[in-house]
Design a protein around this ligand. Structure first.
Ligand SMILES: Nc1ncnc2c1ncn2[C@@H]1O[C@H](COP(=O)(O)OP(=O)(O)OP(=O)(O)O)[C@@H](O)[C@H]1O
Length: 303
């Protein structure tokens, strides 16, 4: 995995999502400010509003110079900051303050605030691949099918946090009807029903489900991970495989590795897709392509 060291990072922007992860952010801003100023660094803040944040953040970055920009929130906030920094030299840092924090876990970023901030001093700089999913930026995981439905219900609900996600998944599971997918990649074709179809740049969901084991975020390829329809009696076995890095050992799973994919859902002109935790209605076919090594990211020096 490619890594290089960076010069000292002095001027830092923290993009703070006030609602992520059901975490009270009131004291966090002063914790970050104190931690940085006591160590000779300057911390500035950009608060997300949930409305037009990408344009506002891009305008802020065009008008102000920073050595690094930290996403202080969950995967949706990482997606926002990643898209704003895409193709540039300013690195993305992650302060995991969301419900799942999937990408931070994939990158072995400490989950506590002080540990994550230490990356300012001790880090490697990695250039990660990113994806375009139906024209939308993605750096972590996107999917169609069951999980996309659960994410949509979660985002429209009143409570965030992991407990709310599990409750909704259990409610939806019993009545879920898998769709059929027709997939064409630069290497192969697949047609058949699937319980869920994950478009994976990364490996692990915030829930610690390993949907795409032994994968790399900077190999110029992504994976389509399919869980095919399964009987209820197989569900515990599949869950066990997903929590033990054993995705490929189930008879109900398959992975397609590729650089480009076109996903059709016969009979549906639009389909629900979750992209880095955000539910979107996209036109079909959903075109997916990779943008190799397009995002600079700060990761722990020891990763
Ligand atoms: N001030 C705000 N008010 C309401 N919604 C906001 C605000 N700022 C950001 N958002 C919304 O927050 C969502 C992103 O949340 P984020 O993914 O960071 O946290 P999470 O969902 O709790 O964590 P994770 O994605 O890791 O599970 C986006 O839908 C964004 O529009």
């Amino acid at each position: 995995m490619a890594a290089e060291s960076t010069p000292n990072l002095h001027s830092l922007l923290f993009v703070l999502n006030p609602i992520s992860g059901d975490i009270d952010k009131q004291s966090i801003e002063s914790t970050i400010t104190d931690f940085c100023s006591q160590r000779g660094r300057h911390a500035g803040f950009f608060h997300t509003s949930g409305e037009n944040d990408l344009d506002k953040l891009k305008a802020h970055l065009a008008a102000n110079a920073y050595d690094a920009v930290f996403a202080a929130g969950g995967d949706g906030t990482v997606n926002l900051v990643g898209e704003a920094l895409l193709g540039g030299k300013i690195p993305l840092g992650i302060l995991p303050l969301g419900s799942g924090n999937g990408l931070s876990k994939d990158l072995s970023i400490p989950q506590d605030i002080n540990g994550a901030l230490e990356v300012i001093w001790q880090h490697q700089l990695r250039a990660l691949d990113t994806l375009h999913v139906g024209g939308n930026f993605s750096v972590h995981l996107a999917d169609l099918g069951f999980n996309a439905l659960v994410v949509e219900r979660f985002c429209n609900g009143d409570t965030r946090g992991p407990g709310a996600y599990i409750r909704i998944a259990l409610q939806e599971y019993l009545s879920y009807e898998p769709a059929t997918y027709r997939i064409e990649t630069d290497r192969e074709q697949f047609e058949g029903p699937a319980f869920m179809l994950t478009i994976a740049n990364a490996s692990t969901f915030g829930s610690n489900v390993v949907i795409n084991p032994d994968s790399y975020l900077d190999d110029g390829e992504f994976e389509l991970c399919l869980i095919e329809p399964f009987p209820a009696t197989a569900s515990l076995g599949i869950l066990y495989h997903l929590y033990t890095d054993a995705f490929d050992t189930s008879v109900y799973t398959r992975r397609l590795r590729c650089r480009h994919a076109s996903i059709q859902v016969p009979g549906q002109a639009r389909v629900l897709v979750q992209v880095d935790g955000e539910p979107l209605e996209l036109d079909t076919p959903v075109e997916v392509k990779i943008n190799p090594r397009s995002l600079q990211v700060l990761t722990p020096a020891s990763e």
